[in-house]
Ligand binder design. Structure first.
Ligand code: MRU
Length: 364
């Protein structure tokens, strides 16, 4: 099933003429085809980039941000009006704040020199890689410390057991991943790590993408339907939860893939630490609370006919009305572990349970 070749989630391909970059295009791994095949889509126009983000050829908040940056380069390089390029890409998916963040980083340069913009896009990607490494190191250190404490207090299980939702690996980022990067680091440090993968209906990022990545990395995993998560906790199969984020409000509320809230509620009930792993670019201090976040609604077809194939594969009568929010919002009081960033672990509650804003922690 799995291809074990190294893969790039996306890659800018320069076209050289007369010894300098005369042109370039973007290659994006088509995540809709994983795990069945590894194929790349060639994007030469910023509108194609926006379309690829909308169609989830590429997905995952940090990867969307990085790819949008190259989309901006393509748009400016072809002489399109800056406003049109910016807004077309900006509107491609509304919840992941990294998209806006990276477009703003390029826009702020106020230049139509595409080579300068390309340099900036490359720089964003390079720093994202470093941030992923730091998130992995901080998260693994924290979780391992807590796991050792548990062990010290009498837990005999030698295996560290983590539940993960959606996909937050290399496919979702420009580097080694956020929550999955932490898990990968834990496996490197501790050896015995077991991942419970939620399938993540309706797009099945957990089943299709996370299982594919974990298999490539040689980390043991087991797949369950999303609704099984609370019962796995009740059975004592889960010691920690790690998830990513698409946007984090100033009060610590987290927008992430639909199903995250259900896991967080169950984790609190069973006293299981719940960690959100994300770069600081996912923290949106302009959004005060979760209530102010825009939650993307996607098509009914995603739910009714996930295979996208013939009508005999529809899961319900064809015209069944559907409400399909792509994300949910987990309130800060359920982020019981903390938010793992490249700057360290941010806590959203103090010892007495009072809220701690993220702005003050980021300023320190
Ligand atoms: O709809 P998607 O697949 O783009 O949603 C992705 C998620 O919700 C991820 O968990 C989140 O973006 C974090 S990715 C490091």
């Amino acid at each position: 099933m799995a291809n074990t070749e190294p893969y790039d989630t996306f890659r800018w391909v320069p076209v050289h003429e007369h010894g300098q970059d005369e042109d370039g295009y973007l290659l994006v791994l088509d995540q809709r085809e994983i795990p069945h095949q590894v194929s790349y889509v060639r994007l030469v126009d910023y509108r194609e980039v926006a379309e690829a983000i909308r169609d989830m050829v590429v997905r995952g908040a940090p990867a969307i941000g990085a790819v949008a940056a190259y989309g901006y380069v393509l748009g400016i390089k072809s002489g399109e009006p800056e406003d049109q390029v910016y807004h077309t890409l900006y509107a491609s998916r509304p919840t992941a704040v990294n998209l806006q963040w990276s477009l703003d980083a390029l826009r702020q340069l106020q230049t139509t020199n595409w080579r300068r913009l390309l340099w900036k896009a490359n720089e964003l990607v390079a720093s994202e890689r470093l941030m992923n490494n730091k998130i992995a190191a901080y998260g693994a250190e924290e979780i391992l410390k807590r796991w050792k404490q548990r062990h010290h207090e009498g837990c005999k299980d030698e295996t560290l057991r983590v539940l993960h939702h959606c996909n937050t690996g290399s496919l979702a980022t420009a580097g080694g991943g956020t929550a999955l990067g932490v898990i990968r680091k834990l496996a490197a440090l501790h050896g015995k790590v077991h991942v419970h993968v939620n399938e993540t209906r309706p797009r099945l990022q957990g089943a299709r993408l996370t299982c594919w990545e974990l298999r490539q990395w040689g980390i043991p995993y087991e797949l369950s339907v999303d609704a099984a998560a609370p019962f796995l906790m009740a059975q004592g199969r889960i010691q920690f939860v790690t998830v990513g984020a698409d946007r984090i409000a100033a009060d610590g509320a987290v927008a992430n893939k639909i199903g995250t809230l259900m896991i967080a509620i169950a984790a609190q009930h069973y006293g299981i630490p719940f960690y959100v792993c994300a770069p600081c670019s996912t923290i949106d201090l302009k959004t005060p609370t979760g209530a102010a976040m825009i939650i993307e609604e996607r098509s009914a077809t995603e739910v009714l006919n996930p295979s996208g194939k013939s009508s005999d594969q529809w899961l319900a009568p064809v015209d069944t009305p559907v409400y399909n929010p792509a994300f949910d919002i987990t309130p800060p009081e359920l982020i019981t572990g903390g938010i793992v960033t490249e700057l360290g672990i941010l806590r959203v509650r103090d010892q007495a349970g009072a809220g701690i804003g993220l702005a003050e922690q980021l300023q320190q």
